[in-house]
Design a protein around this ligand. Structure first.
Ligand code: FES
Length: 111
């Protein structure tokens, strides 16, 4: 089994700006990608509050990302809420040869 099975190549790590989110849409997954001091974090771009796809535009303080719409805050490292609301989905990442790979769960249709 390949160590990258289940992972999708997203972009070069060196193309991700420091402390400024960027958005990727992969197989119906809307991703917000951040880099802080060289470490990469990937969360859902869709806020669990109003399902607004703007997390990549959120305000970063340390590892806290706040949704630009109503300010719900999350820890980028864990996706845990920082103000007693719902958590946000995080994605497992790997970096190989300067490329970011993200584990994208397959959607299962039940019909
Ligand atoms: S949509 Fe994100 S806090 Fe309301």
């Amino acid at each position: 089994m390949n160590e990258l099975d289940g992972f999708t190549k997203i972009c070069k790590v060196t193309d991700i700006p420091e402390r400024k989110g960027i958005r990727f849409e992969i197989d119906e997954h809307d991703l917000a990608v951040f880099k802080i001091e060289g470490e990469v974090f990937v969360i859902s771009n869709v806020c669990p509050h109003n399902h607004t796809a703007q997390m990549f535009n959120g305000h970063l303080v340390g590892y806290s990302i706040s949704c630009p719409i109503h300010g719900w805050k999350f820890d980028l490292r864990t996706g845990k809420t920082l103000n007693n609301n719902s958590n946000i989905k995080t994605y497992e990442t790997k970096i190989l040869d300067n490329y970011l790979y993200v584990r994208i769960p397959k959607k299962f249709f039940n019909w």
